[in-house]
Design a protein around this ligand. Sequence first.
Ligand code: SF4
Ligand code: SF4
Length: 451
Amino acid sequence: MSDAEQPTDDHGPGTDSDDEFEPIQVFPEAEEMDLRPGADNCYKCSTCDTNCPVAEVDDEFPGPKFQGPEQWRLKRQEDQDIDDSVMKCSNCMRCDSACPSEVPLSQMHNTARAEYVEQNMSKFSREYWRNRMLANYRTLAPLGAMFPRTANFVTGLSVTSWLGEKVMGITSERDLPEFATETFREWWTKRGGAKIDNPDKRIAYFHGCYANYNTPEVAKALVRVYEHFGYEVMVPDQSCSGTPMFANGMLEDARRATETNVSELAAALEDGADIVASCSSCSMSIRQEYPELFDFEGTEDVASNTWDAVEYLRVHEDLEAALADASVDDERFEDFAYHAPCHARNQGLDGQTVELLALIDGVEAHDVGDSCSGISGTYGWKEENYETSMKIGEEMFEHMEHADAEQGLTECPTCSMQMGHGTGYEITHTLEVLAAALLESEPSQSPSSAD
Ligand code: SF4
Ligand code: SF4
């Protein structure tokens, strides 16, 4: 019997102790699809609702308490359809972190969303195909990356944005992200792979889609920083982390991506590597969503050996001492307005960037508070969510503008898009600052010498 199937006595205050936990089979054919313990622990305190950024600005969204425990109880009692409002949840996971009773809210949302899409959303609707397309960026991006200049020209045309909104329901208010002229994996191959061979210090890098196709400078910074500390970097084959698929209820797509990633990453673990990710949503997905939703061989091992790239160095190296000796003399890296992504908060990582950057001579990161950026992956790209997304982001934009900085810093690619969109600032990834600090301080290893 798995932990999730154990009846639990650990009920929250006000809960009927006779109402013992019974596993809910959302997908009866998928035995592993079960809720982690805590499903019956809701004592209706509404803390999740007051922490939900969508409920805060959208009066029609019933909030996480309804999406999770209430809808769950209703489903248990009668044959009732999942409410379509579950598609308005952005999957930011702030409710998960806020719940004092460890109710598995995001797991409930992910499974409910998948059931809604499977059973209630027309497979001929524009919404279904738009969501499928947004969720499967990993399938479309290689096409753009084959002819990046042409793709960037076409996606930059106003007629393309207009058509995207009219035909697919993708907001025309945002600029589509540009493709890099050389992907990270192309650079990696051209470079001849790892420069350091070290069986005692090995990491497998999960770069995700965006750092590969759009911001290879982030992935290159990771390689440089890890090689600076003597690590052998492995770059295993990989699919999308699955985050946008979970958020859109595309569970079968997520299942395929997860199976590939678990198999490749488990093989890297066998080769003595730990897994690190540069995107906070990728690390969250591998650590939390994979073991909550799937049970492929090696899933738990992969989840428990995956780290955020900066967190890993803090734990395994004396990163603080290295940064205290480092300095940056580059105005692009002087002052940042820093936003901690919701998925970094969810992993308890929200304080580390500001703390670390404070050690570097010549760099300062000003925390812009704990609000959500509002874009939440694909959520803010949907025409019908654009205004809500920008309303959620208002607090962050305001704090960025009041911070003593004219550029932004974060670890999430879509938060980065929202930050740039709302303020016009250039946005940098924390690893780029670390690479500049650590490598500039050692002339023999200037950032470009790692190419
Ligand atoms: S925060 Fe947790 S316990 Fe409180 S209402 Fe939400 S799910 Fe229930
Ligand atoms: S995941 Fe975010 S948007 Fe969804 S219900 Fe929870 S707090 Fe609200």
